[in-house]
Design a binder for this molecule. Structure first.
Ligand code: T4K
Length: 385
């Protein structure tokens, strides 16, 4: 019987590589609350991003989103609506509702599957002062084209609302100009969860070009204590990254370029073969971090056939999460208009397995399922015709 292929199989650095950094925390007997590993990782991640943004480490990206929304939209936001795509992971919307705000779903554009700038403009115009802010997403970690990111920024500046970008899997991705993610909007949020390319177990970061905002967010992660030991906001909480996770992050960073190379080589091989068979990939995906391999099947029927065949062949190919506006939990929140692109992409979406060490034989097994699954659905239609 064939070995199963898991959707993901994360790796952490070897113990000795982690211990090399953790030794400083042991020596100082300092294991949380911004110890030596935390400080070094903050500095090295900012350098990795080019030195122009500040990095605030978080216990996970969900808390990063909760705090970025709370801080940027204010403790009494001007409206309660946060414009957000529905084609994303539930945590994006949960961070909004945790703040007592409500999502206003907007559509994505068909090429890159990011927040459609045109739909954003319409939503801002239609809802005016009821809009508290915008939460755009790089749901799959791929950078939007520079012009699109700029269009989001301009629309938000014109409307006078903050822009936050959830780029959870995208630490290390760059756009067509080579600009690394991390400088989008007023703040950008990354996840370092085990299943992300920058995998440390649990963790995340908020990046921002605004140093004052970074200091404020840092205090928020630590119960909003100021240097005077006074509590400065009732909304502080504990969102600190521990020293052991920071030590893992430092060890990950030492080999991160190799990890990205390994993921890109494998994903590009799949992309090259699948595009020839009619499967579609996101615009700009070549310089993504590839948390997994997101792909759009030529039709919903082919997508379903692939999922069935994958199960038979013991390969954990997934669809993607249902669009959030279609989930009962979130369905009561308003949509700007119908979301035809989101719904079409979701019906045809496939998420293919990826791992740093996915073997050639495993890649061939995955590709065989996609190529055969697509053929098995197209055959009867051709016969009938
Ligand atoms: N925004 C976006 C756009 C996100 O995608 C996410 C997280 C967030 C915000 C929030 O970030 P965090 O607060 O988590 O930092 C996983 C992750 O749990 C989740 O972090 C991630 N998105 C999401 C896309 O993927 P599941 O429910 O798919 O995980 P699960 O348990 O099904 O595991 C996936 C695969 O990995 C399976 O094949 C099992 C395998 N696995 C998993 C773990 C944790 C392993 O082999 N080893 C492991 O240690 O959500």
């Amino acid at each position: 019987m064939l070995e199963p292929i898991r959707f993901q199989r994360p790796e952490l650095p070897a113990g000795a590589e982690i211990e090399r950094y953790l030794a400083a925390a042991r020596e100082q007997r300092w294991f949380s609350n911004q110890g030596p590993c935390h400080r070094l990782l903050t500095e090295r991640l900012a350098q990795y991003l080019g030195g122009d943004v500040s990095v605030v480490l978080m216990a996970n990206a969900t808390l990063g989103l909760v705090l970025a929304l709370r801080t940027l939209l204010g403790e009494s936001p001007r409206g309660s609506l946060v414009i957000v795509p529905s084609f994303t992971f539930p945590a994006t919307a949960q961070a909004i509702t945790w703040n007592g705000l409500q999502p206003l779903w907007v559509d994505v554009e068909p090429g890159g599957w990011h927040l459609d700038p045109h739909a954003l403009g319409e939503a801002l115009a239609a809802h005016g002062a009821d809009v508290a802010g915008v939460l755009a997403c790089s749901t799959f970690g791929t950078a939007p084209p520079a012009s699109q990111s700029e269009a989001w920024r301009e629309a938000c500046a014109e409307a006078g609302v903050p822009l936050i970008v959830d780029s959870a899997p995208g630490f290390g991705s760059s756009d067509e100009c080579g600009q690394l993610l991390g400088a989008q909007g007023d703040a950008e949020v990354f996840s370092f969860h085990a299943t992300k390319p920058f995998a440390i177990g649990e963790g995340g970061a908020v990046t921002t070009s605004d140093r004052e905002l970074a200091d404020h967010l840092t205090a928020m992660t630590n119960f909003s204590f100021g240097p005077d030991r006074e509590v400065h906001s009732p909304f502080g909480l504990n969102a600190k990254l521990s020293e052991i996770h920071a030590a893992i992050g430092l060890a990950v960073l030492d080999h991160f370029d190799e990890v990205l190379d390994a993921r890109r080589t494998r994903a590009e091989q799949m992309q090259d073969e699948l595009e020839q068979a009619g499967y579609r990939f996101q615009t700009g995906v070549r310089s993504s971090t590839w948390q997994f391999v997101p792909v759009i099947a030529p039709s919903a029927e082919m997508r379903d056939a692939v999922l069935l065949l994958a199960e038979e062949r013991r390969i954990e190919i997934r669809s993607y999460h249902a669009p959030l506006h279609m989930l009962p939990t979130f369905a009561t929140h308003p949509s700007q208009t119908a979301l035809p692109v989101t719904e079409d992409l979701a019906r045809r979406a496939l998420s293919l397995p990826l791992a740093n060490d996915l073997s050639e034989a495993e890649i061939r097994r995955i590709l065989a399922v996609l190529l055969e699954g697509a053929r098995s659905r197209s055959q009867p239609a051709e016969v009938e015709a």
